[in-house]
Design a protein around this ligand. Structure first.
Ligand SMILES: [Fe+2]
Ligand SMILES: [Fe+2]
Length: 286
């Protein structure tokens, strides 16, 4: 364990201003979606307070991936045409791009790679949820997928100086990259991600998706389906080399996640075969 690095990371996470921030309106929208009493007008008003986000939302809402072939010229229209959950997903894409679309040095991810990876994971996770008739999870796993690796943006700096030791530990101890991160630095990117989401006041289920995306077996029972779907989408994207960094080869696909999601080998192979198409789709909203 590199004690001085552990101490430095501790300082960063206790001093919340050093962690990425999220516009308050985004947190409000994410939490509104779970409130059955919310009306569209209130949401539209909330969003339109932020001009930069509004512009990006309209652009995304008119992309081939999100639009239903209808031109969307206002937030109101987006809400009516696409529905609140879909608009929430669009808001999250617009708001996280600036945080994730940058070089992540320690993980060997040039600019755009982590962003591409997270967008692809989100899309695949949503696809799996819809195919498995888990409509209620579709928007959730999309949002979870978009932010699942957010902790890497903070940890990258420290991984850069300990990368050799982390890799050596994965090989010597036959453990995953995340376990080796824990062992060498005292933290892994999932834990840091959860702390970031806590700072943003995102719902607990999203925190758990981030916290357990490499550790499905220990996920809280209530959220295990959502965690499993993101875990599987993430692992398939890694196998396909989408936004794969220096750590990409050092993770495993969880048997429990596959069982929880109710997928068989043929289905897993099918999703793997979808990855080139997925990349094309991801580029539409990147
Ligand atoms: Fe990860
Ligand atoms: Fe990932």
């Amino acid at each position: 364990m590199h004690e001085h690095i552990k101490e430095r990371i501790k300082t960063v996470i206790t001093n919340l201003t050093a962690l990425p921030s999220m516009p308050e309106v985004v947190t409000r929208i994410i939490n509104m979606v779970n409130d059955p009493n919310v009306d569209f007008k209130v949401v539209a008003h909330e969003i339109s307070q932020d001009q930069a986000i509004t512009t990006n939302i309209l652009k995304l809402a008119n992309s081939a991936y999100f639009s239903k072939g209808k031109e969307i010229s206002s937030i109101d229209k987006a809400l009516v045409t696409l529905g609140m959950k879909e608009v929430k997903d669009i808001v999250v894409v617009a708001a996280t791009k600036q945080i994730l679309d940058k070089p992540i040095i320690g993980y060997d991810l040039p600019k755009g790679e982590l962003w591409k990876h997270n967008v692809a994971v989100a899309m695949l996770a949503k696809r799996i949820a819809l195919d498995k008739k888990k409509r209620n999870l579709a928007d959730l796993v999309f949002t979870g997928g978009i932010i699942h690796d957010v902790g890497k943006t903070v940890l990258a700096l420290y991984v850069a100086s300990t990368f050799k030791d982390i890799i050596q530990s994965t090989i010597e101890n036959q453990i995953t990259f995340a376990q080796a991160e824990q062992q060498i630095m005292g933290f892994d990117h999932q834990e840091i991600g959860q702390i970031i989401l806590k700072k943003w006041k995102f719902p607990e289920v999203l925190q758990n998706i981030v916290r357990y995306h490499h550790d499905t077996d220990n996920a809280p029972e209530a959220d295990i389906e959502a965690v499993s779907i993101v875990h599987i989408a993430n692992t398939i994207c890694q196998m396909a080399g989408i936004g794969i960094g220096g750590d990409g080869l050092y993770y495993e696909l969880s048997g429990k996640a596959i069982e929880t999601a109710g997928l068989d080998d043929t289905e897993l192979q099918y999703y793997y075969s979808l990855t080139p198409e997925l990349l094309k789709q991801a580029r539409q909203i990147m």
